[in-house]
Design a protein around this ligand. Structure first.
Ligand SMILES: Cc1ncc(COP(=O)(O)O)c(C=O)c1O
Length: 385
């Protein structure tokens, strides 16, 4: 068997391992899912059924996506992200993930460095490794609500650094980087001619008085940002595999060279779903957000009663949080997650899955029902008793 170094070096995902283990038990309380548990809204499904019946979905689209969809995306970027875009600056991708992979491929050469504030979504780290780049992991400042460590980012820049890749709102910490922090980050990127690659998958799930800020809205950053977005979280469309990215037109031409061999084009059936999502009522988005705000509050209330065992930063966004395991038990987050599963059938994600700075933590997901949270925490109470 011939197996490349490129894939051999990539560690097995602790997330998938925990999912596999969780399936061996019955009646598990899942706090490890990072996907919306609600179904795709009916009006989106119905628009797609119509498109299928009218035989519009059987062929390829333009590799950059249907013009009608890109026009809707341009309107959305202007309205919600303050990004002035042209349809020539958009590629519709197979989820945010394929867009991110193509963006990384188009930005770095083997041996180049990409700075990732961590803990972060582990797929980003793997995408850099797959492109034969070096992920440079810079810890977030947990004591400051997981803020960016801008000085450490500056200090980490070398002649091989090409990009900074972050997600905000963050998976796994739920942090929403502030406009001030991101403007500072933009300055650093411009001074060092770095490309900022964003993952804004959770852009609509931001709570209380916090606001999502797109670094791509800073005009001076035009040639230094690739912004990626998705329908996955916003409209509960995980399985449709549809997202998009925005970058300068000259960059788009280069990213397309990676996008085409990966995907040719995003699934056309899903592009019709995306058009319906953007053109239809946005009530579903606000309903999802209201639900997550409620489940976040409940999860924090329940965590407050376990403060001898777990400390946490209240998440401002996404539907994820990243409590710290206090004491000896925190030394090995995989062992801790396994024990929780084996002893009380609660499925969590070990923090180490999000980079070495994630050790001593577990990721908990609140994109579940209130009943699921109550059940999981009742069991955790008995685990810690
Ligand atoms: C930060 C982040 N980005 C991207 C994704 C996946 O996005 P998509 O389904 O659009 O590929 C996830 C899924 O969990 C995520 O947490």
């Amino acid at each position: 068997m011939n197996i490349s170094q490129r894939v051999t070096q990539i560690a097995k995902s602790a997330i998938h391992e925990m999912t596999r283990l969780s399936k061996q038990y019955e009646d598990v309380a899942f706090l490890s899912w990072a996907k919306p548990t609600s179904g795709t809204p009916a009006h989106i499904n119905e628009a797609v059924i119509k498109a299928i019946k009218e035989n519009r979905t059987g062929g390829y689209s333009q590799s950059e996506g249907l013009p009608e969809l890109r026009e809707e995306i341009v309107k959305k970027l202007e309205r919600d992200n303050n990004i002035g875009a042209d349809i020539s600056e958009i590629i519709v991708t197979v989820g945010a993930i394929e867009g991110l992979a193509a963006a990384v491929m188009a930005t770095i050469d083997p041996g180049d460095e990409v700075i990732l504030p961590t803990p972060t979504y582990s797929t980003h780290i793997r995408q850099v490794e797959l492109a034969s780049g070096n992920p440079i992991l810079i810890p977030l400042r947990e004591e400051e609500n997981f803020a960016l460590d801008l000085q450490a980012i500056k200090n980490a820049i070398t002649s091989r650094t090409k990009a900074i890749l972050y997600c905000s709102p963050s998976n796994p910490t739920g942090t929403v980087f502030s406009e001030k922090e991101l403007r500072e980050l933009a300055k650093i990127a411009l001074e060092n001619n770095l490309t900022v690659i964003t993952d804004e998958a959770y852009e609509y799930f931001v709570f209380d008085d916090k606001k999502h800020f797109s670094i791509g809205s800073i005009p001076e950053m035009k040639n230094n940002v690739i912004s990626t977005f998705t329908f996955t979280k916003t409209y509960a469309m995980t399985g449709w595999r549809i997202g998009y990215l925005h970058a300068a037109k000259e960059m788009i031409a280069q990213i397309k060279k990676a996008h085409i061999p990966f995907a040719i084009c995003a699934p056309v059936v899903s592009q019709y779903a995306a058009i319906a999502a953007l053109k239809g009522s946005q009530d579903c988005v606000w309903e999802f957000k209201a639900h997550y705000q409620k489940t976040r509050n409940l999860m924090c209330e329940r965590l407050d009663t376990l403060s001898d065992h777990l400390s946490y930063v209240k998440p401002d966004g996404s539907y994820l949080m990243f409590p710290k395991i206090l004491g000896e038990a925190g030394k090995d987050s995989i062992a801790f997650s396994k024990k929780l599963l084996q002893e009380v059938k609660v499925s969590t994600t070990p923090g180490i899955a999000f980079g070495p700075t994630g050790e001593q933590h577990i990721r908990l997901s609140f994109c579940v029902s209130e009943e699921m949270i109550e059940k999981a925490f009742d069991r955790m109470n008995s685990f810690f008793r």
